[in-house]
Write a protein that binds this ligand. Structure first.
Ligand SMILES: *Cc1c(COP(=O)(O)O)cnc(C)c1O
Length: 522
C-alpha cells in the first residue's frame, strides 16, 4: 500500500520537475524579456533555447552561458560547436560563466565577457545596463544562474506607490512656462522627496538640469552625494553635529542665525577649506520659523565681511502663498524681503541669488520670482488652485489588490472590537494595507473610502495594522485580485487627505517605507 503511494509521489514529483524545467519567459526590468532556462545545459537544450529566441521580436539580445558539465567530449570540440550555434544568433553581448568556457572566449564573435562564477557577473553590474533586449539565461544547475533571474525580473508587488517621472517633468515644465527663461529652479527633495524616494527623483531632476536641490538635513544630502548626485544641494536645517559632514560632501548650508554662522565658520576653518565657502542666508519676513530679522542686518553684514564665506543666495519663505485671503500679508512678506535683501546686497558689495517663491507662490505671485524659485508639491502635481490643478499631471498613485471577498450576514461583525455590524447580507473585501503602511487609523469606520472599479468603497470597521476591510456591495463585478486605489484617481490625493483631516504633504510623507516605490518613465 505504502509502496504504491510512494511510487505515485515520485511520479508526481518527476512531472513537477519536468514542468519546472521548461523555459520560462519573464517580463524583465528596463523593457527586457528574460528567458530563463537555468535548469539544465547540454547541446540539445541549448539548440532548443536558441530556437525559442526567434519567436521574440526584439532588435537586440544577450546571452548568459555557463560551462557545460558532465559531457564526455573533448572540451575544445564541444565549445567550438557551442560557439558556432551562438555565433549564428548575433548576440549583442555574451556573458560566459565558468573557467572551462572562459578559456574559449575568443571563439565567440559578440562582445564577450568572462566570469569565474555567477556572483562575479552580478557584482560586475553589466546586467543592469541592458535595456530593451531579450536575455537568455542558459546554465548548468551548479552555477545557480536563477539568481540572475531574481535581479532581472520586474517584480510585481500587490501594494505599490507608483511614481510617474514623466508627469513630474510635465509639472516642472508647466511651472517653468510661467517664469522668465533665466529664472533658476530649486527642487525641494527633503524628507525623501516628500516620501517618494529622494535619490530616484533627484537623479531624474539632475538629468533634466534642475539648478539646485533642497534637503532638510545633512544626511539626506550625503545620501545623494554618495549615490552620485553632483547638482548643488542646500541643507535647510544644518544641525550642529553635521557641519563637518556638510563641508566634506560639498553641501551648502542655510544660515539662519549668528550662532549657526559662527559655529559653521569654525568648522570651515578647521576643515582647511581655503576658498570662500558657499552659504545661503535665510531672512525672516513673517513666517517666524528661522531667519535673520531686520535689526540684525548691520551686524550680519559686518560679520560676513570678516569671514571667508560666499553668500550664494539670500532667501525667505512664504507662510500663506496658497491662501488668497492672506494676499495682503504675503505682499508684506515680499516688501520686507525686498527691503532687507537689497540692504544686504548693498553692504556685501556683490549680488547673491534671491528667492522666495514655493510652488503656490510660483503660480500666484509670479512677479516676485527674483532669480530662483523653489518647487515642491507642485512638481508632484498638486495645486490648491483648481484651475492650475487642471494643468498638472498626477504623479503618485497608491495601489493594492483585494485579498479576499466575504459575504457577511445580517448581525455579523467585521474586524477588531466589532465596530462594523452588517444590517443586511453585505459583500466585504479585505485589503492588504493597514495603519503600518501609513493609512491613519482614524479614517476607518466609514470616514474614508478606497476606489475599486471606479467606485468608492467605504472602509468598514477599525483599520488593522496590515489590513483593512471595505464594503464593496455597490462595486460592479468585483472579484478577488481586483485593483484597489488608495489614492490618486478616485479618491484623489486631495480627497484622501480630506478623510485624514490633513494636507497632501502629510499623506505622502507618512507612507511607510515598506510600500514598494515603483518609478515609471516612458
Ligand atoms: C518645502 C519647502 C518649499 C517647497 O514648498 P511647496 O509648498 O511644496 O512648494 C520651498 N521652500 C522651503 C524653504 C521649503 O522648506
Amino acid at each position: 500500500m505504502l509502496q504504491v503511494e510512494n511510487k505515485k509521489i515520485v511520479e508526481k514529483i518527476n512531472l513537477l520537475k519536468a514542468v519546472e524545467m521548461r523555459l520560462e519567459a519573464i517580463e524583465g526590468i528596463k523593457g527586457n524579456i528574460v528567458i530563463n532556462d537555468s535548469f539544465n545545459l547540454d547541446l540539445d537544450s541549448l539548440k532548443t533555447a536558441l530556437q525559442f529566441l526567434k519567436e521574440y521580436n526584439k532588435p537586440k539580445k544577450s546571452l548568459v552561458l555557463t560551462d557545460i558539465v558532465g559531457v564526455n567530449t573533448n572540451s575544445k570540440e564541444l565549445y567550438e560547436e557551442v560557439s558556432e550555434l551562438v555565433n549564428e544568433q548575433n548576440f549583442d553581448s555574451v556573458f560566459l560563466i565558468g573557467d572551462e568556457i572562459s578559456k574559449f572566449s575568443e571563439l565567440f564573435k559578440s562582445k564577450t565577457y568572462t566570469f569565474i562564477d555567477t556572483k562575479e557577473l552580478i557584482e560586475s553590474k553589466h546586467l543592469s545596463e541592458i535595456e530593451n533586449q531579450i536575455i537568455l539565461l542558459k546554465g548548468a544547475r551548479k552555477f545557480e544562474i536563477e539568481k540572475l533571474k531574481d535581479i532581472l525580473e520586474l517584480r510585481k508587488h500587490d501594494t505599490v506607490l507608483e511614481i510617474n517621472l514623466n508627469a513630474i517633468l510635465h509639472n516642472i515644465n508647466y511651472h517653468k512656462s510661467l517664469l522668465k527663461p533665466n529664472t533658476k529652479m530649486m527642487a525641494m527633495v527633503k524628507a525623501n522627496a516628500y516620501g517618494l524616494g529622494s535619490y530616484e527623483i533627484s537623479e531624474f531632476l539632475q538629468h533634466h538640469h534642475i539648478d539646485y536641490l533642497g534637503v532638510a538635513f545633512a544626511d539626506e544630502g550625503v545620501e545623494l552625494r554618495k549615490k552620485g548626485i553632483t547638482t548643488p544641494i542646500i541643507v535647510m536645517n544644518p544641525e550642529q553635529h553635521s557641519y563637518q559632514t556638510i563641508i566634506e560632501y560639498n553641501l551648502e548650508p542655510e544660515i539662519y542665525s549668528f550662532r549657526v554662522l559662527e559655529l559653521f565658520y569654525e568648522a570651515v576653518q578647521k576643515s582647511g577649506y581655503d576658498k570662500k565657502y558657499p552659504i545661503h542666508i535665510k531672512l525672516e519676513t513673517g513666517m517666524h520659523r528661522l531667519g535673520f530679522k531686520d535689526f540684525e542686518l548691520d551686524q550680519l553684514s559686518e560679520t560676513l565681511s570678516e569671514k571667508n564665506l560666499k553668500v550664494q543666495s539670500m532667501f525667505s519663505h512664504l507662510s500663506s502663498s496658497d491662501m488668497p485671503e492672506e494676499r495682503e500679508f504675503t505682499m508684506n512678506q515680499f516688501k520686507v524681503f525686498d527691503k532687507n535683501s537689497s540692504y544686504l546686497i548693498e553692504k556685501l558689495g556683490y549680488t547673491p541669488l534671491r528667492h522666495i517663491l514655493n510652488s503656490s507662490g510660483i503660480t500666484s505671485y509670479t512677479d516676485h520670482q527674483y532669480d530662483m524659485v523653489r518647487i515642491g508639491i507642485g512638481m508632484l502635481g498638486e495645486s490648491p488652485d483648481s484651475e492650475i490643478q487642471k494643468q498638472l499631471q498626477s504623479v503618485v498613485s497608491f495601489k493594492t489588490v483585494i485579498s479576499q471577498i466575504s459575504m457577511v450576514e445580517d448581525g455579523e461583525s467585521v474586524g477588531y472590537s466589532r465596530r462594523f455590524k452588517a444590517d443586511h447580507l453585505t459583500k466585504i473585501a479585505t485589503i492588504p494595507v493597514g495603519y503600518a503602511d501609513g493609512i491613519p487609523r482614524l479614517i476607518g469606520n466609514q470616514v474614508g473610502s478606497l476606489g475599486v472599479n471606479k467606485t468608492l468603497a467605504p472602509i468598514v470597521g477599525n483599520i488593522c495594522m496590515d489590513m483593512m476591510m471595505i464594503n464593496v456591495e455597490n462595486v460592479p463585478n468585483v472579484k478577488e485580485g481586483d485593483m484597489v486605489t488608495v489614492f490618486n484617481a478616485k479618491p484623489s490625493l486631495k480627497e484622501f487627505a480630506g478623510y485624514c483631516k490633513t494636507i497632501t504633504y502629510e499623506v505622502l510623507t507618512s507612507i511607510s517605507p515598506r510600500v514598494k516605490r515603483i518609478y515609471i518613465k516612458d
